[in-house]
Design a protein around this ligand. Structure first.
Ligand code: ADP
Ligand code: MG
Length: 216
């Protein structure tokens, strides 16, 4: 049995909304084994995005423990969290979140700038990753010159650029036609072979046949 890359214990995230408390997460226990493609499914409003934000260190839990790769995220200060995020995690969002004025290759290379990678290496690596996602001939296109499916493949390449152990994807096929969705999920499903762990959250099964683990 492979060990857990992610361990979550008693995780709560409550939002104060005027006089009401929204319990987005209310005592979640979860383990995600490493080198898997795990899909977490639940209806809209069930707290999937909140879970990913907390796991990605983009927001703080109300209480509970989050351990990723042996490190307690809930106990890290902001600087440690930012550093950990950059070296350990890659993100893929439903809306792609590419920079519109940058080419596909510049979008992929962008996170490497913050990691202090030299420009020759940035070019080399972004070209390589675009080839890996089947877009070797689209490096100079801007997002508006690419289809939705192609934009999401650029986003997957960008998520991989700092060699993260963990890819977090929030409804990655939600804005795509089914054929493009299949292509994106196929790409994500190849990642466990490269010793990465991918967590996808979605309200409907995103061609979940490719998932190695499913959680509802
Ligand atoms: P999902 O991604 O599964 O659709 P979310 O995690 O976005 O669900 O939201 C879960 C619940 O938490 C919803 O009821 C939502 O309205 C609430 N929620 C999420 N973020 C906030 C926030 N920043 N402030 C207040 N309520 C929020
Ligand atoms: Mg959501």
């Amino acid at each position: 049995m492979s060990s857990a890359l992610i361990q979550i214990k008693g995780l709560k995230k409550h939002f104060q909304m005027g006089g009401n408390i929204v319990r987005a997460l209310d005592g979640v226990d979860l383990e995600i084994p490493e080198h898997t493609l795990t899909v977490v499914m639940g209806p809209s409003g069930s707290g999937k995005s909140t879970l990913l934000y907390l796991l990605g260190g983009l927001d703080r839990p109300t209480s509970g423990e989050i351990t990723v790769d042996g490190e307690r995220l809930d106990q890290m200060d902001e600087n440690a969290l930012a550093l950990f995020r950059r070296k350990t995690m890659g993100f893929v969002f439903q809306s792609f979140n590419l920079v519109p004025s940058m080419s596909a290759q510049e979008n992929v290379a962008f996170p490497m700038q913050f990691a202090g990678v030299a420009s020759v290496r940035r070019n080399e690596k972004s070209r390589y990753l675009l080839e890996q996602v089947g877009l070797g001939d689209r490096g100079h296109h801007t997002p508006s010159e690419l289809s939705g499916g192609q934009q999401q493949r650029v986003a997957v390449a960008r998520a991989l650029v700092n060699d993260p152990a963990l890819i977090l994807a929030d409804e990655p096929t939600g804005n795509l036609d089914s054929q493009s969705g299949v292509a994106v999920m196929k790409l994500l499903s190849g990642l466990p072979k490269t010793r990465r762990t991918t967590l996808v959250v979605a309200h409907a099964p995103p061609q979940a046949g490719v998932a190695t683990h499913r959680i509802f």
